[in-house]
Design a protein around this ligand. Structure first.
Ligand code: OAD
Length: 278
């Protein structure tokens, strides 16, 4: 459980930093009613992640869409709202204390909360993309087609198969998101990592890149090369806010503030505002 000292320390670090970036995962949205993946009630306890690979999708897109109907209803029909953790990050941006949010989430809640600089590392479930022509449509349109029996739903323009615009396993990270995240991670002086188990790559590499700052990261591009000796001293500070320790804890992150993001982030924000004289 977190302490008031940790809250104050984080607020001081935020006030003292100039280029702050947040990396978020499913844990920031659980308090909005969206389950995470690897927690006790996580989606991967009910679904097999192997069914969500790009090759499985191509083998049988209709089966994928049947699953998606169930899952999509669960995720989207809840009409989830941003919670206090999302809102605190939006306020930090407003205060000039957050350059951007790099999110692994596909729920779009950071934008709803008011963050304008959001890098969607794993895409967005509220859109679908035609795998033939690349045209994008609202997810609702594809769900409507699927629930009317059009399985798989097809593109209105070219009749190609529609796929949720979220990254499936085996798929590359969208180029723009990858490039911009890498640049932001390299250039930040503080990274706040919220609600991620930090086991899915390459997203989990970003805090390490921030920590090393200008380290050489061949692993990011899938090339195997021995790493240079890490020099964590000259890199960014990394603060983790998570319900439990992760592989970053005590190695990459300077400290973990353990508990619920929806409690911790608003407390940190309050202290930041106090220090800034609001
Ligand atoms: P995970 O489900 O792997 O991790 C969520 C983390 O958040 C866990 O460590 C939880 O303990 C923690 N957590 C849960 N509720 C929390 C709360 N209220 N406050 C703070 N922490 C909380 O989710 P991700 O790390 O985001 O990929 O998963 C990464 C990727 O794996 C996802 O983007 C998805 C999945 O397969 C794709 O879809 C490509």
């Amino acid at each position: 459980m977190y302490t008031e000292e940790e809250i104050k320390k984080a607020a001081k670090d935020i006030v003292g930093a100039e280029k702050i970036v947040a990396l978020t995962g499913a844990g920031i949205s659980t308090e909005s009613g969206i389950p995470d993946f690897r927690g006790t009630d996580g989606l991967w306890t009910k679904y097999d992640p192997d069914d969500f690979t790009y090759s499985k999708f191509l083998q049988d897109p209709a089966k994928y869409w049947k699953m998606s109907l169930e899952l999509g209803e669960l995720l989207l029909s809840l009409e989830p709202k941003p919670n206090l953790a999302h809102l605190a990050l939006a306020r930090l941006e407003e205060l000039g204390k957050l350059r951007c949010v790099i999110t692994q989430n596909v729920d779009g809640l950071h934008q709803v909360a008011g963050n304008t600089e959001v890098i969607e590392f794993h895409g967005n479930l509220r859109r679908v993309v035609c795998i033939a022509c690349g045209e994008r449509f609202p997810h609702d349109l594809a769900m409507e087609k699927a629930s009317n029996g059009e399985l798989p739903p097809r593109c209105d323009k070219c009749k190609g198969i529609l796929k949720p615009d979220a990254v499936l396993f085996e798929e590359p990270i969208p180029r723009y998101a990858l490039d911009r995240s890498l640049e932001e991670a390299r250039n930040c002086d503080l990274m706040i990592v919220v609600g991620t188990s930090a086991v899915v790559y390459p997203a989990a590499e970003l805090p390490r890149i921030a920590k090393e700052r200008d380290g050489y990261h061949a692993s990011f591009f899938g090339l195997y090369q021995p790493r240079r000796v890490m020099d964590y001293k000259k890199g960014a500070k990394v603060i983790e806010i998570n319900a439990e320790p992760t592989p970053l804890t005590g190695i990459v992150s300077d400290y973990l503030i353990e508990g619920k993001a929806g409690e911790i982030l608003p407390k940190i924000l309050k202290e930041v505002e106090r220090l800034l004289g609001f």
